[in-house]
Ligand binder design. Structure first.
Ligand code: PMP
Ligand code: GLN
Length: 386
C-alpha cells in the first residue's frame, strides 16, 4: 500500500445526502420559505421546555436506563391503552429510542438477516432502504399510484416468498399524506398470518390523522400486534423534531432483539428530555388529543389559500404534508421543478420521485404545512402567482 489515505469501498454506494438536507440548504441559500423538510417553524409547549430545564437543574444528567426512564415507558404504555385498547408492558414491551429513526434502524438490524426479503410500499420514507441494505436484506418495493396510493393485496400476496421476513408499513403515510383504515391492516394480517413474517409499522404521525376512522394502528389489531414493532416519535407530537426522542412498542421477544441493537447503537436516550416528556404526557394529555384539530385547521387554511393557484391539491388524510400536482404550471420533472420553485418562486418543496425506486413520472411535490399561519399565507401567495 503506497498511500496513507484510504478510501473505503462504500457499503451504500448509491446514497448521497438526503433530499431533506439538500432542499433545506437550498431554501436557506435562496431565502425561500421552507416547506420542504418536515419540521414546525413554531415551538413546542412551554411546560415541556420548563420541565426539561427543571430536570437538568435537578441533576438528572447521567445515563438513563438502557430501555428508557420508567416514568416515560409507563406513560407511553398508558397512552397506548387509551388510544388502542391494549396496554403493553412498560418494562418488557416499550423501548425509548433516539427518534423514530433509531427505532426503525434497530428493528431492521435486529430482524433482517442476509438474504432476507423485506417488502415496503413506494413512495417510501428514505431511511428504510439503507437499513435493509446494511442488514444484507433485499427490498421488494410495491409501487403505489396517486391519488389514492392504495395497495393491491393480490399483488402483495404475489410478492411473498419463503425469504420474506418483514413488511414495512407507514400510516399516516409520508409522503403521500394518505392513511390506512383498519380494513387495510386486516388485509395485511390475512396475507401474512400463515407465514413467519414480521411487521414494522412506522406510526410517527399517529396523532396527525384526519381519516374518517381515525388512525389505524397495528397496536389495535390483536393478531398483528403480536408480531409487530410499532414506532412513534415525540418530535412530531410535541413540535420538537430536534429533541430526537421516539419509541417502539413490540412483544417481549421482539423488543428483546431490538434492545440488543439499541444497546450498542446509542445505549440510552438523553435523560432530562425523557423525564420532561413523561411529565408532559401526564400533565397535558390534551396536547396530543387536540393535535388532529390543530393540524386540520392548518391544512384547511393552506388548502383554502391555494384554491386560486394552478396547483391541483390532493386529498390529505394525515401527516403535516400536502401533495400538489404542478402539471398545469410546468413540464419540468419534479426534482428540477423543486429546485426552480425554490430559486425562482421562493418556496421550497420536496419532489415525490426521490421516495420511489421505479420511475415516478407524476408531477407531484410535497409541501409541509407545520408552519405558522403567516408562513402558510406568505407561501400560498407566492404559489398563487405561478
Ligand atoms: N418516519 C417517518 C415517516 C418520518 O416522516 C420521520 C421524520 N419526519 C421519521 C420516521 C423520523 O422521525 P424522528 O425524527 O423521530 O427520527
Ligand atoms: N422526516 C422529515 C421529512 O419527511 C425529515 C427528517 C430528516 O431530515 N431526516 O421531511
Amino acid at each position: 500500500m503506497s498511500t496513507s489515505a484510504l478510501i473505503p469501498e462504500s457499503k451504500l454506494p448509491a446514497l448521497g445526502t438526503t433530499i431533506f438536507t439538500q432542499m433545506s440548504a437550498l431554501a436557506q441559500q435562496h431565502q425561500a420559505i421552507n416547506l420542504s423538510q418536515g419540521f414546525p417553524d413554531f415551538d413546542g409547549p412551554d411546560y415541556l421546555k420548563e420541565r426539561l430545564a427543571w430536570h437538568v437543574a435537578q441533576g438528572a444528567n447521567q445515563y438513563a436506563p438502557m430501555t428508557g426512564v420508567a416514568p416515560l415507558r409507563e406513560a407511553i404504555a398508558e397512552k397506548t391503552a387509551l388510544l388502542y385498547g391494549w396496554q403493553p408492558d412498560a418494562n418488557s414491551e416499550v423501548t425509548v429510542t433516539a427518534g423514530a429513526t433509531e427505532a426503525l434502524f434497530a428493528a431492521i438490524s435486529a430482524l433482517v438477516r442476509p438474504g432476507d426479503e423485506v417488502i415496503c410500499f413506494d413512495p417510501s420514507y428514505d431511511s428504510y432502504a439503507p437499513a435493509v441494505t446494511l442488514a444484507g436484506g433485499t427490498l421488494k418495493r410495491i409501487a403505489l399510484q396517486p391519488p389514492a396510493f392504495s395497495v393491491d393485496w393480490r399483488q402483495f400476496a404475489g410478492l411473498l416468498s419463503p425469504r420474506t421476513r418483514l413488511v414495512i408499513v407507514n400510516t399516516p403515510h409520508n409522503p403521500s399524506a394518505t392513511a390506512w383504515q383498519a380494513e387495510d391492516l386486516q388485509q395485511l394480517w390475512q396475507a401474512i398470518a400463515e407465514h413467519e413474517i414480521y411487521v414494522l409499522s412506522d406510526e410517527v404521525y399517529e396523532h396527525i390523522c384526519f381519516a374518517r376512522g381515525g388512525h389505524a394502528s397495528v397496536l389495535a389489531h390483536p393478531q398483528l400486534r403480536q408480531r409487530a414493532i410499532a414506532v412513534s416519535s415525540f418530535g412530531k407530537t410535541f413540535h420538537m423534531t430536534g429533541w430526537k426522542v421516539g419509541y417502539c412498542v413490540a412483544p417481549t421477544a421482539l423488543s428483546a432483539e431490538v434492545r440488543k441493537v439499541h444497546q450498542y447503537l446509542t445505549f440510552a436516550v438523553n435523560t432530562p428530555a425523557q423525564l420532561a416528556l413523561a411529565d408532559m404526557l401526564r400533565a397535558e394529555p390534551q396536547h396530543w388529543q387536540r393535535l388532529p384539530a390543530f393540524y386540520r385547521a392548518k391544512r384547511d387554511r393552506f388548502v383554502q389559500a391555494l384554491a386560486n393557484s394552478r396547483l391541483e391539491i390532493l386529498p390529505c388524510e394525515g401527516t403535516y404534508f400536502l401533495l400538489a400536482d404542478y402539471g398545469a404550471i410546468s413540464d419540468l420533472d419534479d426534482v428540477a421543478f423543486c429546485r426552480w420553485l425554490t430559486e425562482h418562486a421562493g418556496v421550497a418543496a420536496i419532489p415525490l420521485s426521490v421516495f420511489c425506486a421505479d420511475p415516478f413520472p407524476h408531477k407531484l411535490i410535497r409541501l409541509c404545512f407545520a408552519k405558522q399561519d403567516d408562513t402558510l399565507d406568505a407561501a400560498a401567495e407566492r404559489l398563487c402567482r405561478l
